[in-house]
Design a protein around this ligand. Sequence first.
Ligand code: ATP
Length: 343
Amino acid sequence: MSSATKEIKTIGVLTSGGDAPGMNAAIRAVVRRALGKGLKVYGIYRGYDGLMEEDLKELSAQDVSDTIQKGGTVLYTARCAEMRTPEGQKRAAETCRKYGIEGLVVIGGDGSYRGAQVLAHQGINVVGIPGTIDLDISCTEYTIGFDTSVNTAMEAIDKVRDTSTSHERCSIIEVMGRNAGYLALWCGIANGAEDILLPENYDYDEQRIIDNIIDSRRRGKKHHIIINAEGVGHSASMARRIEAATGMETRATILGHMQRGGSPTAKDRVYASIMGCMAVDLLIAGKSERVVGYKNGKFQDFDIDEALAMVKGIDPYQYEIATAMSGGYSKTSGAKALNDETL
Ligand code: ATP
């Protein structure tokens, strides 16, 4: 961990990568904490793009009023390819120096932290805040947006289940999460799914799913809900094959980007507010290359290199619970990411 050589007077804040509900609460906290501590704060628009194009603005407390309840990010977000090049990285650091930005708060996922790491090597103090609905950042048990997203998906799946039961159908519902299965696992438990397909750890076994469906139908079950993770994918083709094999009408529903939107839950607002304040406090304390996280019941900060090196897996006990809750007779089928040849 490196330390600031002089007192920080000006900081910047940006949101990068995929947006997540609660990012606005984090931005608001950064701005108000910084102003309260006598710092000047710039909002940088569209992630690292804003540093390339000098698209930034000094923010007042008023600029972030009426934002805590809003989904998305008022600073907008982007995936900035230029930030991956040495020229782009130099340019980003130059913009920081031009505006006197000595400390930068980066709200995003692992990729965004890699960009922050590069800026730190060029003398800008950086602190990351975990902002992603995927919950796939290893150093933290909480990421901003997951709570809202899982609740949004859960409500949508309840609705699909109603119609699935009425029509005595099988429903495959695909939830987001990129290569991580946390959203799928949580929805699987929260929605009482019969099967949960995760990209982590397990082998795909379609015959077992088919057997489960035939078995549960025999027992008089009126629906069969399969939660499929984005990292497994192929829900539509899976539905066609399952229908052909079981004779049970099978539909695929891909929830998509609706899981990223909406007003953040109380948990996302409160945790994001705490993390935003912590990030500013760390910069004021002269810290750099830190990531704010929540682990073992406490808000903590981690070294950015260590945070990026950690590997996160699905908790086997949670997975076992999901299996046990699916009715006992249904051994939950895990899945590896499938390729087109498998299907
Ligand atoms: P999410 O998982 O929610 O999408 P993320 O932060 O992991 O969030 P990425 O698209 O991986 O999303 O990264 C966001 C941005 O961070 C990239 O568009 C790029 O500007 C920057 N970035 C990613 N990786 C690097 C890297 N290795 N070096 C420099 N910058 C990077």
